[in-house]
Ligand binder design. Structure first.
Ligand code: HEC
Ligand code: HEC
Length: 292
């Protein structure tokens, strides 16, 4: 190979190999590739020295920096637990009345309460907790089951008609469908119920209708809704004399409630949310009601 083979078209040296009259140019590898390969190799060597890299049987080269993702995660977790523990302990000891003098606590509860409420409750009770048809308003200070912090916490934990062993049972009977009251009786009692929150009704339908309705109410409804119609929190029977309605107070709505009955379902949260989370929610609802 002492003789140089020069390609006559390009004037470049060839490798001397020839295939069917085609010769191969001896083109050097471009400089840019050499530079790239050199830099990459140098970087790799530096990384091997600094970071964990080569496996050595049961261990590995640890690197000069001593970096270890697993250790970092472990450290972060321990720190998170340290932060959480006193917070949960603190929540267990906190009463609703404590919020009054503790702005920091109130801020934390409102922030976490909002997140918990949006994730778990808003689809039924609305983002503003004001409910909707069939879903009670939670901040109108009118309670089906009672509005002290412990009772609200209990309602959230065990639910209503929820299938939980201790669930609250809400049972508005189907007076029409089950043949307890005929159409005429139902009409009278509906007008009486409307008259409890609207003085003008008796003028429209006459005192006799209201009197007949009152008698039927006392015989059929007062056990649960109370003689005066103001409801009973032990039974979850709503107050029928105030302007707050789960389903509505127009004639058609009350008529359908009386005909078919109602058994509103509120899921139980004792298994899906921790006790501190449920407690935060009960405080959150109360606080929203206070400021509304
Ligand atoms: C699937 C729909 C649904 C979801 C989700 C839901 N609720 Fe309810 N909730 C109801 C219904 C329906 C009632 C009323 C039941 C009835 O008619 O007796 C109710 C009642 C309540 C009551 C009782 C109100 C009173 O006046 O005593 C509270 C408190 C309550 N919900 C809080 C919550 C909280 C907090 C969450 C989220 C953790 C939540 N609810 C999620 C449907 C729901
Ligand atoms: C066994 C107890 C019980 C009896 C008896 C009963 N109710 Fe109810 N009633 C309830 C409960 C509980 C609810 C709430 C149902 C729910 O949403 O789960 C309710 C709901 C209602 C509502 C809907 C209120 C709203 O806010 O929309 C009306 C109206 C009503 N009852 C009228 C009557 C009338 C009139 C009678 C008598 C003919 C009667 N109820 C008898 C327990 C009772």
């Amino acid at each position: 190979m002492s003789e140089k083979n020069i390609d006559e078209y390009s004037g470049r040296e060839t490798t001397g190999h020839e295939w069917n009259g085609i010769t191969e140019l001896d083109t050097p590898i471009p400089k840019a590739i050499w530079v790239f390969l050199t830099v990459a190799t140098v970087c790799a060597v530096i990384m091997w020295i600094l970071l964990p890299s080569w496996p050595l049987g049961s261990t590995y080269t640890k690197g000069l920096l001593g970096a270890d993702e697993r250790e970092t995660v472990k450290k972060n977790l321990t720190q998170a637990n340290l932060v959480r523990e006193p917070w949960e302990v603190r929540m267990a000891k906190t009463d609703y009345s404590d919020l009054k003098n503790d702005n920091e606590l109130t801020t934390v509860i409102m922030r976490n309460g909002k997140r918990l409420f949006e994730d778990n409750c808003a689809m039924c009770h609305g983002l503003d907790a004001k409910g909707g048809h069939g879903y009670p308003n939670l901040i109108d200070k009118q309670w089906l089951w009672g509005g002290d912090p412990a009772t609200i916490l209990e309602t959230i934990s065990i639910g209503i008609n929820s299938g939980h062993v201790d669930s609250r049972a809400s049972e508005m009977m189907a007076f029409g469908r089950d043949g307890i009251l005929n159409v005429e009786d139902r009409k009278n009692v509906i007008y009486f119920v409307q008259s409890l929150s609207n003085n003008n009704i008796s003028k429209t339908v006459g005192d006799e209708v209201i009197a007949a309705g009152a008698k039927l109410f006392s015989e059929n409804c007062a056990v649960c809704h109370g003689e005066n119609g103001k409801g009973q929190t032990e039974l979850g029977a709503p107050n029928l004399t105030d302007p707050f309605w789960i389903y509505g107070n127009d004639y058609e709505t009350i008529s359908s409630v009386l005909r078919d009955g109602r058994q509103g379902v509120m899921p139980f949260w004792s298994e899906r949310l921790s006790l501190p989370e449920r407690k935060i929610l009960s405080f959150y609802i109360l606080k929203l009601g206070e400021t509304d």
